[in-house]
Design a protein around this ligand. Sequence first.
Ligand code: PMP
Length: 416
Amino acid sequence: MSESFLRQQFPIFSQHNTDTPWVYFDNGATTQKPQTVIDTIQRFYSRQNANVHRASHRVSAATTEMFEQTRKDVAAFINAASEKEIIWTKGCTESINLIANVLAKGHVSAGDEIVLSALEHHANIVPWQQIAKELDLRIRVIPVDENGVLQADKAKSMISHKTALVAVGHVSNALGNINPIDVIIAQAKKHGALTLIDGAQAVAHLSVDVQALDCDFYVFSGHKIFGPTGIGVLYGRQVLLEGLPPYQTGGEMIERVSFSGTTFQGLPFKFEAGTPNIAGVLGLGAAISFARHHALMISAQEQALYRALIHGLQKIVGIRLWGEIDNSICIQSFSIDDVNNQDLGVLLNEHNIAVRVGHHCAMPLMQALGIDGTVRVSLSAYNTLDEVIYFLRTLDIILRTLKPNVMLAPQAHVNS
Ligand code: PMP
């Protein structure tokens, strides 16, 4: 009942109502959008389009109010102390680049260390590598074990008085593991290091409280939590953001400009040069409101789907389930002996099942695990148990074709 209620909110699925189902299990890459998000964006462009913060006219004032209300809603969603701590960006990638670039302007220096984890998405590696190269910083990497589980105890010996910043993912996009960020943040605090948490895969599945986490920066993208693409969030502790220089400059972020000099606005506008993605912000507001409103239903459905998926996958002979099944959001990566991941992806696609295969923008993790990639199933609450069953049956049929000589488990079935 709740399964179909949630699904009905996402119009894309009714477009695919043919005899062959379309099973979208690539939600870690991006989520589908509920009607309320689509309506909000359409309403903005068809009825409310005006720039924000600048004009004194009625429509602009109303749009500005909604735009700034969304900032307050996002602050409440992650329990930030103030909406001044919420900076709009294009996405998680830009949020991380913003922090890396502003820290590079005098807040880190040669010999300082940046601590990352082996699980990071490239977006939380490359910006740090770039500034490390420029400023002669050292990057240290908290390792993973043979299943891809972060070895948090090793963080102890890596984080020291030399550490300028620790940047780790809340949840691995490749494997789904929930990282012990509380332990890592505590360790960083002990040595006075800054902390940045990449929440790209967490916000849609876990409740996030940045004050309880006690992190300095927390970043995420709207499109992974039912919102539009091109909008993201940088949360930063107010006192820190106040002490950092602007990232980009231009309109919106200035207080006064003359040819003898320019003064900048305070937070959050200091970090928001140019006309923002107004439709994106409003769409994200609708997405977050949707996620909050249906949080219990979403979480129950995700857990039921994930349990069913794991139950079925565990029966497959020669399968390797990566990560930590008991400490995971509804993402599962796997490989199967003697089966090429790409082939499996192509064959699943022929049955209208969308999964992701490859390195998942986490090449260093794949190197650490000694593999070149995995097959990743990433679920969302609008998926159904029928889809999980269809996926498991299809996988079974494919494997019987690919490995005719291997005794496979009896047809995968699911107990809901
Ligand atoms: N970090 C993680 C863990 C991710 O999963 C992603 C997106 N796959 C990103 C960062 C980058 O997000 P975006 O491309 O939306 O900027």
